[in-house]
Structures are given as structure tokens and as C-alpha cells.
Write a protein that binds this ligand. Structure first.
Ligand code: CP
Length: 338
């Protein structure tokens, strides 16, 4: 079992199934706060250092919002150019300094292993917001939390889940973390759909097979999405390629749109994507014409991300049992948007 209080959250490898259940239970309890019916000040006075050295919309803003919703304050660093790292300062020195200014730190960095290196020097817990193409653990947790909710809506549990992951499985850190997370569940069937050059790293496939998952690899979209509960589409991670020309070889290779979905998928197949999706005409791995499809869960994923990230903060800062004690109803008008 994971000792959450004071711990870094760096990799899915550190979790057992009971830890995941604990995170999901705490996430469930955050709903009144994330959905703006109640406010809590349980983290009043606490400071989050939100350090993003790669572009981000969802992870940066939802971690920040999650901390604010628990009553804490957020200080942001975005991009190397606004950090003294651009003057040659090491991750070690940066971590020693910033962990004196914050109670918890979220970090995204383009180099694999960089967040763990930073965490080793930090005096406060560090949460991995994505380190290169290695891992994105909070995304995998919110993805699985979403899968659980979507399946529950159809009277199903996570056992015997059937999922197709599609796209850039070589560089996509969200699918790396999600594959590791699925190893904690029984009877899972995974189809990995990618161009041959962008296949899931062999060590992750081996880990899944060793854990008892049924794993198949394919380069054919239509046949692979015919008998699954979830289609999890991903963007070609063009920022990880040696050149734009190389990335362009793969953009638009797999396109899920309404007609492909109708022709191939079972009626209740859930459509997911970690976002951002590439909506440019040459890509469109997840077409805008799916926007009115009730099985499109991508914006439920982003909403769920706040709940899961609130849970991670509450557990790491050891306030999960105190949230309601510091709460009251909201004063303002809130639209029923959740
Ligand atoms: N899913 C995800 O990591 O999105 P951002 O890059 O916008 O944070």
C-alpha cells in the first residue's frame, strides 16, 4: 500500500490496486466542491508550485484549479525562458529553492526521468505532470476513473474491460501510464493500434502480458475497434520526432469519425482521448463530427481530472478526512454544467 502523506507521485508503478481505489473514493468525495455546490478552505495558506516546462492546458490549469478548490494558492512557472534553468541552473538547485517556497509541486518537463530527478532534491512532495514520453500518472488515473464511471453507466465494472488504444503509442506518455494501470485489473483485453514505427514500447507490452492481460497489436483501425468497450485515441506527438517531416508521415493515419464509428463500433463504445486532439485537416485523429455523439467522453475526462487531482493533493497533504470540516455552501450562482 502506498503511504500517500508526504509522498511524491511520479509513476503508476508505485501503486497497488487498493491505492487506486483509495484515490477514486476520495475523488468521489470531491464532487460537491469540484461541481461548485460547496467550498472548502482545508488547504487555506498552502502554496502549490505549478512548474510547466512544456505546453499544457488541461494538466496545468486543472492541477491549479484543484488546489484552489481546496482553498490553497497557486504560483506558476511556465516555460524555460521564465526560469533560471535557462541560465544553466540545475534541477537539483531549482528543487532545493522552490521546495522552500511551496508545500507541494507539480512539474512537467520534456526530459524522461527529469521529474524524478527534481523530486529527489525536493523538500516537499512532487507530482509528475508529464516527463517527456515516459509517464503521465495523473492522466492515467483520471482516464481510468472516467472508464469506471462510463462503464458503470452501462451496468459494468472494470473487470474484463476491452480497450483499443490508437495512434502514437511509442511517444504517448498517457498510454504508457494507462497500460501500467490496467495491469492492476483482471481479465483486461487490450488492442494496441499504431503504425509499426510507433508501437508501444516492448517492455510495457511485456509487463502487461506478465500481469495476465490479453494484448494484441495491429495497424488496422476498423477491425480493432469492432469489439471493444473503449476506443482511446491519441495524437501523433510531433514534438517528440526528429523532424516535422517524420511526424507528418503518421499524421492522419488513423481517423475516427462518426461514419467509421457507426460502421465498426458496438452501440455503446465509449470514445476517449487525453487531449489535445489535433483538429487540423491533415490530422483529425478524432473528428469534430463526433462532438454530439453521447459516447464521446473527452470532456467528461477533463471534468473528472479536477476530481482526481483534488484527491491527489488531499492525500499527499493528508487532509482527505478534513475537507468537509472546513466547508460551507457557495454564495454565488452556479450553472448546472456538470
Ligand atoms: N492531457 C494533457 O496532458 O493535456 P495538456 O497537455 O493540455 O496538459
Amino acid at each position: 500500500m502506498q503511504q500517500f502523506a508526504g509522498s511524491h507521485i511520479l509513476s503508476i508503478n508505485q501503486f497497488e490496486r487498493a491505492d487506486v481505489e483509495r484515490i477514486f473514493n476520495v475523488a468521489d468525495s470531491m464532487q460537491p466542491y469540484a461541481h461548485r455546490r460547496r467550498v472548502t478552505k482545508v488547504l487555506d495558506g498552502a502554496i502549490l508550485g505549478n512548474m510547466f516546462f512544456e505546453p499544457s492546458t488541461r494538466t496545468r490549469v486543472s492541477f491549479g484549479s484543484a488546489f484552489n478548490l481546496l482553498g490553497g494558492e497557486v504560483r506558476e512557472t511556465t516555460g524555460f525562458e521564465s526560469s533560471a534553468i535557462s541560465k544553466g541552473e540545475s534541477l537539483y538547485d531549482t528543487a532545493r529553492v522552490l521546495s522552500g517556497y511551496s508545500d507541494v509541486i507539480v512539474m512537467r518537463h520534456p526530459a524522461e526521468g527529469s521529474v524524478a530527478e527534481f523530486a529527489a532534491a525536493s523538500r516537499v512532495p512532487v507530482l509528475n505532470g508529464g516527463d517527456g514520453s515516459n509517464e503521465h500518472p495523473s492522466q492515467a488515473l483520471l482516464d481510468l476513473y472516467t472508464i469506471r464511471k462510463e462503464l458503470a453507466g452501462h451496468g459494468r465494472s472494470l473487470e474484463n474491460l476491452r480497450i483499443a488504444m490508437v495512434g502514437d503509442l511509442r511517444f504517448g506518455r498517457t498510454v504508457h501510464s494507462l497500460c501500467k494501470l490496467l495491469c492492476l485489473f483482471q481479465g483486461v483485453q487490450v488492442v494496441l493500434v499504431s503504425p509499426d514505427e510507433l508501437r508501444m514500447p516492448g517492455d510495457i507490452v511485456e509487463t502487461m502480458r506478465s500481469a495476465g492481460l490479453a494484448v494484441n497489436e495491429s495497424d488496422q483501425l476498423e477491425a480493432s475497434i469492432a469489439h471493444v468497450d473503449i476506443v482511446y485515441s491519441t495524437r501523433i506527438q510531433e514534438e517528440r520526432f526528429q523532424s516535422q517531416e517524420e511526424a507528418d508521415l503518421y499524421r492522419g493515419r488513423f481517423r475516427l469519425n462518426q461514419s467509421v464509428y457507426t460502421a465498426n463500433c458496438e452501440p455503446n463504445t465509449v470514445i476517449m482521448h487525453p487531449l489535445p486532439r489535433d483538429s487540423r485537416a491533415t490530422a483529425r485523429e478524432l473528428d469534430d463530427d463526433l462532438n454530439d455523439n453521447p459516447n464521446l467522453a473527452i470532456f467528461r475526462q477533463t471534468d473528472n481530472g479536477v476530481l482526481v487531482r483534488m484527491a491527489l493533493f488531499a492525500l499527499v497533504l493528508d487532509v482527505a478526512d478534513q475537507v468537509d470540516r472546513h466547508a460551507r455552501d457557495v454564495n454565488w450562482y452556479t450553472a448546472g454544467r456538470f
